[in-house]
Design a protein around this ligand. Sequence first.
Ligand SMILES: [Zn+2]
Length: 342
Amino acid sequence: MMCCMQRRNGHYRHLVLCGWAFIALAFLFCASRVAQENAEALKNNPARKLESYHFNASTQLIDRLKPIPSFLLEEIKKMDGRDDYRNYTFSPEEKKELAHYLELLPPRYKDVMRKRLIGIYAVSPFMGAGLTDWVMDAKGEVYAIMVINPGVMKKNISEWLTYREKSCFNDDGSGLEVRVDVGVRYSALMYFLLHETAHVVDYVEYHTPYVELSLKAVSAYSARDKLFVRGIWDEYAKPDRDADFPLRSEITFYGLSNGPKIPLSKAKELYNAFSKSPFVSLYASQNWAEDFAETAMVYHITRKLHQPYRILVHRKGKILYQYYPDKSEKKEQRFKYFASFY
Ligand SMILES: [Zn+2]
């Protein structure tokens, strides 16, 4: 599962559910005893089986916005330890915004989603912005479901990315603050859709060797095999020496991994180092899957939606440092990969 935002965030859930994906694939390809036992559990989990859903690849994407099936809602409630999650019905205005944003996604994403996105569900309350998860058919083909927290439509994209960025730093009383400016035209739903659907496309088309570390055992690819990754990453979460930068290993998000570890007084130092790297965001520098999702997102936001992208360090509104990641030559080189998505 990839659900890369807010509070308790992606990684915990991501690991929980990518375990399922691994189990499924291991069953399909390895058939070890342990995998078979786990696969039994998987087989009995309706949320992981395509046949549990009424999937129709000929419907419009917006018509896949449906009430969440109860077995899936129960699964997510259990995973999150929450019993207050409820199906949420989008207002006509919210549905219109979603339809509009889906239209604005890269054509390649829409193609993949038409073939593989089973349903879009809204749940509220919900911890995090939403999630994307795998479902499999009997042949092992990967499909996806998407859950949206309707709260993402109430924040603009800059507010959301600023929230994410701030979670890297601890307040050391220096008075410094960080902010991400991606304009105010779009709500955080645009970020959610661009980032999460990039993971779906990556799962289906293998732009990176494997989207989740636990899929390594069943992937036929390594870093050398993938153009987007080659020369940038040696391993899933280990950049090539030339791509790495000081303090990168200290970057954490949402209070996870014993973070935040970087004091705000080091923000300028961190961004200075980051600015020389090939990554478009601190989030992208975590592993090749996030690198793919973030680079695709920044490319689309700046080049196709014509929004700004600027990281600022300020004190009481006075800008002390600013950086435009999309304007660097190294990042520009990597944007070229995405031209074929249009
Ligand atoms: Zn992600």
